[in-house]
Design a protein around this ligand. Structure first.
Ligand code: HEC
Ligand code: HEC
Length: 348
């Protein structure tokens, strides 16, 4: 896992005795998920989502333990983390916990329905949607005032997924949220890289009832009103429109409506309207691939344009699509494109 602080190598959690967690007791496993402590008592880095898993009750943690114990054991050493001092110093995590970590199981809100509470539990606890979709402070902890209003990881923006008034999913029905989490696509968009993994390893395996509960919870969350963004200049719009008609309209259609379930709709796209343009820039530079799922096995791809269009051209076309068809995304500058391009090149 790349984090802004360095690379963390995730450990082997099969029950292999030497390289995995085969010697861990149920109590030790619970302590890791609930308090962020390793078997020997040392502190785990919060990149391991114990600030979310702490919400899981003992029976659920034990069930996960039993499931992992039933899986094949794999011998695989873990690499050392690449973290700079003083973060490499695990005792620092003690200070972090003191500031930001609240251990404690999920408490149901009696004023809400059981379905809402189930959804809240899944989103905040084991699903840890909050971990990616919430902005982080400088120490890497969730900024609670910006809960689910959009976060950033590995040069991707994870958009606002609040579904109430002004939320990123305001225009999605609860049923459309379920379809997205179950199949990786719906009429609005498709799950790409990190979200594609979440769908593939997690939400597509969830029951319809649990997905419905997540949708109920997300739909109940209002968000902040979005101020109208500044508009690009006429010159930028004109240049962007020309690039769009040459390169994009064959799939996304001249009016930006796309082709349902095949080519994403750009009009009203939550990814496009995101105040953070990182995802859009990245999709244009690298192309995109909506993940195949059991329900929708054929992958859908968009070609890369990074080799073909300059930073200026990408900034113009991104500004054009963010300002057209009712979209409300601020103009993108060539410098922003340059930043994403060089970050991606550095990774390679
Ligand atoms: C590992 C980080 C991560 C986790 C965990 C995660 N997401 Fe996402 N999510 C993303 C990213 C990044 C995107 C946008 C790019 C993509 O599709 O990969 C996204 C996109 C989405 C979208 C599409 C929004 C749009 O309008 O384009 C929805 C809906 C969504 N996530 C819901 C969820 C829910 C619900 C959960 C918890 C069950 C969750 N996510 C957990 C990273 C994450
Ligand atoms: C060959 C067809 C094709 C072309 C050409 C194409 N795209 Fe795409 N685009 C796709 C597919 C497929 C996806 C990913 C699937 C999805 O999200 O539904 C996608 C996704 C996107 C998204 C994400 C939208 C969202 O909310 O999920 C944006 C933004 C986008 N394209 C912009 C562009 C721009 C700008 C151009 C021209 C520079 C372009 N595309 C050219 C097929 C295409």
């Amino acid at each position: 896992m790349e984090t802004p602080f360095g690379t963390i190598h995730t450990p082997n959690i099969t029950f292999d005795e030497r390289t995995g967690i085969g010697r861990w007791s149920k109590d030790e496993f619970y302590r890791a998920l609930h308090h962020g402590r390793s078997r020997d008592g040392s502190r785990l880095y919060p990149a391991f989502p114990y600030p979310h898993f702490t919400k899981m009750p003992r029976e659920d943690v034990d069930a996960v333990y039993d499931y992992l114990a039933s899986r094949p054991r794999v011998s695989k050493e873990r690499k050392e983390h690449e973290l700079p001092f003083p973060l490499s110093w695990r005792r620092m995590v003690g200070f972090w916990n003191m500031m930001f970590f609240e251990p404690g199981e999920f408490r149901a809100d009696p004023a809400r329905s059981p379905e809402w509470n189930r959804g809240a539990y899944l989103v905040e606890g084991p699903g840890h949607c909050t971990g990616c979709h919430t902005e982080r402070n400088l120490a890497g902890a969730d900024n609670k005032d910006r809960h689910l209003m959009g976060g950033r990881l590995e040069n991707w923006a994870a958009p606002n997924i609040r579904g109430g008034r002004n939320g990123g999913l305001e225009d999605w029905s609860a049923a459309e949220i379920v379809t997205f989490l179950k199949t990786g696509r719906n009429t609005h968009t498709g799950a790409l890289t990190r979200m594609g993994e979440v769908v593939n390893v997690s939400t597509e395996e969830m029951t319809e009832a649990d997905l419905g509960a997540i949708a109920t919870y997300l739909k109940s969350l209002d968000s902040e009103a979005r101020a109208p963004s500044s508009r690009p200049s006429e010159a930028v719009l004109k240049a962007g429109r020309a690039i769009y008609f040459d390169n994009c309209s064959a799939c996304h259609v001249s009016t930006g409506v796309g082709v349902p379930h095949v080519f994403a709709r750009l009009a009203g796209s939550n990814k496009l309207n995101d105040p953070d343009p990182t995802t859009v820039i990245r999709i244009i530079l690298e192309g995109a691939r909506a993940v195949p799922t059991q329900a929708r096995p054929s992958p859908l791809s968009m070609p890369a344009f990074g080799w073909k269009l300059t930073d200026d051209q990408i900034a113009s076309v991104a500004s054009y699509v963010r300002a057209s068809w009712g979209n409300n995304g601020a103009p993108v500058t060539a410098a922003q494109v340059e930043d994403v391009r060089s970050a991606l090149t550095a990774r390679r």
